[in-house]
Write a protein that binds this ligand. Structure first.
Ligand code: HXC
Length: 260
């Protein structure tokens, strides 16, 4: 697939998606959102891809939010459609069957933070600034931010960030559990690549089922989530990779997983 606003490349099972609108701080307009939705739908179905990395073009921004110029002429009906389109893009990232890691290389604001929150986890550059500053503009986070941030850091911290439009540093994001790791700017992509490589060595179906189980179970009562885990866990025993993983351990060799 070719895109106008995304750069994509896949090497050794790791797909890198770069939001490429550097002059507008990689802001998300309807065209970019459609491309993110279509790209992640395709990556999810692509058996050659095991992990996806998302980042922003240039040195200043991951994504500075929804495109403010595009929103300036929207009617409430247009805004409803824009909101739905944004959700479809974020959901395509969230529900991608492969782990998705955000490499947050700079400003990560509004819809940009909502994109990063839709990824499975994020590493951030020391220079990153993160926040949901929508109330400065008369709107509030409309692409999952009110829900995903609250689930990640708790209601109190999410409310403070959203109501005050507070912009936080990489260190604050790490301390709040939003970012898994703080990286030197020049090391960010290598650090993300390193964890992606580790994941590519694991059994793909098991990783994918683990993601699905974690996601589906997260909002269930514990007993229901544990039941889900029991049933999903057994599905691993339908795979060749399970046989390979167990045999490799017993034969004291590295496993060669095929993804089936
Ligand atoms: C459109 C944007 C943009 C955005 C930056 N630009 N952010 N264009 N939408 N979200 C453009 C600027 O207009 C400018 O274009 C160029 O990018 C460089 O930005 P500057 O402001 O000149 O850079 P700087 O002074 O370094 O400030 C960087 C910044 C600032 C702090 C990131 O640009 C900023 O505050 N941006 C808006 C952040 C924000 O409020 N995001 C939330 C949006 S609402 P020109 O042509 O002048 O060079 C949202 C809602 C999501 O995300 C949910 C919707 C349903």
């Amino acid at each position: 697939m070719s895109f106008n606003f995304l750069l994509t490349e896949t090497t050794d099972g790791i797909a890198k998606v770069t939001i490429n609108r550097e002059k507008a701080m990689n802001a998300l307009n309807p065209d970019v959102l459609k491309e993110i939705r279509d790209c992640f739908t395709a990556l999810s179905a692509d058996a050659s891809v095991r992990v996806v990395i998302v980042t922003g073009a240039g040195e200043k921004a991951f994504v500075a939010g929804a495109d403010i110029a595009a929103m300036s002429s929207m009617t409430p009906q247009d805004a409803l459609e824009f909101g739905k389109l944004g959700h479809s893009a974020m959901d395509a990232v969230d529900q991608c069957s492969k782990p998705v890691i955000a490499a947050v290389n700079g400003f990560c604001l509004g819809g940009g933070m909502e994109l990063a929150l839709s990824c499975d986890f994020m590493y951030v550059s020391e220079k990153a600034k993160l926040g949901l500053p929508e109330v400065n503009l008369g709107l509030f986070p409309g692409w999952g931010g009110t829900q995903r941030l609250a689930r990640l850091v708790g209601k109190g911290r999410a409310k403070e960030m959203i109501f005050s439009a507070k912009i936080i540093s990489a260190q604050e994001a790490f301390e709040a559990g939003i970012a898994n790791k703080i990286c030197k700017p020049e090391d960010l992509l290598n650090d993300v690549q390193a964890v992606a490589v580790e994941i590519t060595k694991k059994a793909p179906v098991a990783v994918s089922l683990a993601k699905k189980t974690l996601h589906q179970g997260f909002d269930m009562p514990l007993a229901q989530g544990l039941d889900l885990e029991k049933n999903t866990f057994a599905k691993c025993f339908e795979t060749q990779d399970l046989k390979e993983g167990l045999a490799a351990f017993l034969e004291k060799r590295a496993a060669n997983f095929k993804g089936n």
